[in-house]
Ligand binder design. Structure first.
Ligand code: DX5
Ligand code: ZN
Length: 225
């Protein structure tokens, strides 16, 4: 199953409720929420109060991408604010295993993220314990960047490894994803696609549908093979 996760960072912050409603009605599956602390990444975005407010106006799966040092400190609060899935960076956790365990205990689904230059071996041992691996396709911190081409091979390698282990872990890609490179990412093995500027720049509803059409066409072709 292929899921589109519009990244709120790309939305117009003056009208978040409308933006979310538009992508929800157009068929997006997740809402990707980027929490940044100004330490793990240079920028600062938004945190728990914003997530909690949006939770009251949306039924979408809240996929919270924590670009935060030692996110274990915030797992409970983010979950209480309304996260359905909490994704932490392997690079930001001194105790990755405990952090993933804390997410599981909170009742949220568990995700682990990798920066572009972090090899997939960094999460090999925890693969059986996570629901999703986020392969960053840009350096985290800002929307609107260009996808780094070598990350596509990383997705392919990770999908192979997941298959080898007999798992069905989701692979999410985030950063610089556009309708032009989506098919390549799906073919490499990604199944959860984050898009910020490609969704919210222009007509969000129409853009969501364009991504969903690409997913559908890819799935149909895969069925024929
Ligand atoms: C970047 C964030 C992304 C960002 C993606 O650090 O993790 O989720 O919003 O934005 P685009 O799709 O514009 O690259
Ligand atoms: Zn993100």
């Amino acid at each position: 199953m292929y899921i589109l996760a519009p990244s709120l960072l790309g939305a117009d912050f003056r009208k978040l409720e409308d933006e979310i409603r538009t992508v929800e009605q157009a068929g997006a599956g997740y809402l990707h929420l980027d929490v940044m602390d100004g330490v793990f990444v240079p920028s600062i975005s938004f945190g728990m109060p914003v997530i909690a407010a949006l939770r009251r106006c949306s039924g979408l799966t809240f996929d919270v991408h924590m670009m935060v040092e030692e996110p274990i400190r915030y797992v409970r609060d983010v979950r209480e604010a309304g996260a359905d899935l909490i994704c932490v960076h392997a690079e930001a956790c001194r105790h990755l295993d405990s952090t993933l365990e804390e997410i599981r205990r909170s009742g949220a689904r568990v995700g682990v993220a990798l920066n572009p230059a972090t090899p997939i071996s960094a999460v090999d041992l925890v693969l059986p314990r996570v629901d999703m691996v986020l392969v960053m396709t840009v350096n985290p911190g800002f929307g609107g960047q260009r996808l780094i081409p070598y990350t596509v091979e990383k997705v392919r390698g990770l999908r192979e490894r997941i298959r080898e282990l007999g798992l069905s872990t989701d692979i999410q890609v985030d950063g610089g994803v556009t309708p032009d490179n989506t098919e390549e990412l799906l073919a490499a093995g990604a199944n959860v696609v984050v898009a910020g500027s490609a969704v919210f720049r222009g007509e969000a509803g129409k853009n969501v549908k364009e991504f969903l059409d690409i997913f559908r066409a890819f799935q149909e072709r895969a069925g024929e093979r």
